[in-house]
Write a protein that binds this ligand. Structure first.
Ligand code: IPE
Ligand code: IPE
Ligand code: MG
Length: 239
């Protein structure tokens, strides 16, 4: 049965893409194969956002903490990241996808940083979906970094008032609205240091489906669930 799109869609969907390793284990494959197939899910979900008219998609691909994984796995992930950036540009241009990253870009090799810049610059004029990838990202680090930058600007007299609006301007991607929906695949009920500031009132959806299996149909189920939620933002009726 073909699933229809719900009336009320989120403007910004954030996803913790988890379960690549478990998927590979299930298939009796090496973990790297889970990451490889996970890239197909990234393309599939990005394309779905274009088709559904969801303008912001933020994907958690690599956390600051993930650097502590075995060297071989980190190396493989960096290799796949390079491959992704090399291969996906035509797809992004065809579908009007603007690419951006959040996280500590300086943690990556010069070659990868040059690839980030290339894809960011080439896609800068695209208007359908802003695809933001969390790379060497840590929500706490983002907040501490903002506090440090604010302290410097207060010291030099550039700013005087510190309120929520000012604070947001010092985050990695100040112009993106907060996520309406946060999806985590593979069943874990935790946020693992993702977008801590931004998810204050985000609706959370956890599915047992592993990331390499998470495709358009499963995404539609999440969107349908979101459409039923009553958002209150601390008030007594739906916002
Ligand atoms: C998510 O899958 C991808 C990254 C965090 C890089 P995992 O590699 O965490 O897979 P599991 O959680 O071990 O199944
Ligand atoms: C969260 O997944 C980070 C990313 C998806 C990039 P992890 O697999 O690293 O999270 P934990 O270790 O289960 O909390
Ligand atoms: Mg995991």
């Amino acid at each position: 049965m073909k699933k229809t799109l719900p009336d009320r869609l989120p403007t910004h969907v954030a996803i913790i893409m988890d379960g690549n390793g478990r998927w590979a284990k299930q298939q009796k494959l090496k973990r790297v194969e889970g990451h490889r197939v996970g890239i197909d899910s990234v393309r599939n979900i990005t394309e779905a956002c274009c088709d559904f008219g969801i303008p912001y998609l933020t994907l958690y691909a690599f956390s600051k903490e993930n650097w502590s994984r075995p060297k071989e796995e980190v190396r493989t992930l960096m290799f796949l990241l390079g491959l992704y950036l090399e291969n996906e540009l035509p797809f992004m241009m065809k579908n009007g996808i603007r690419f951006n990253i959040v996280g500590e870009r300086k943690d990556f090799s010069k070659a990868l940083q040059a690839q980030f810049d290339h894809v960011i610059n080439e896609t800068a004029g695209n208007k359908n979906v802003l695809l933001t990838i969390g790379l060497s990202y840590s929500g706490r680090k983002e907040i501490v970094r903002a506090a440090r930058l604010i302290a410097e600007d207060v010291k030099s007299g550039r700013i005087k008032r510190i309120d929520e609006r000012t604070f947001k301007k010092y985050l990695y991607a100040p112009d993106i609205p907060d996520p309406d929906l946060l999806i985590r695949t593979s069943g874990e009920m935790r946020v693992s240091n993702f977008l801590l500031w931004q998810i204050a009132y985000t609706e959370i959806y956890v599915t047992d489906i592993l990331w390499p299996d998470f495709r358009r149909e499963a995404f539609l189920d999440a969107l349908k669930d979101f459409a039923k939620r009553e958002r209150r933002f601390g008030n007594i009726k739906e916002f």
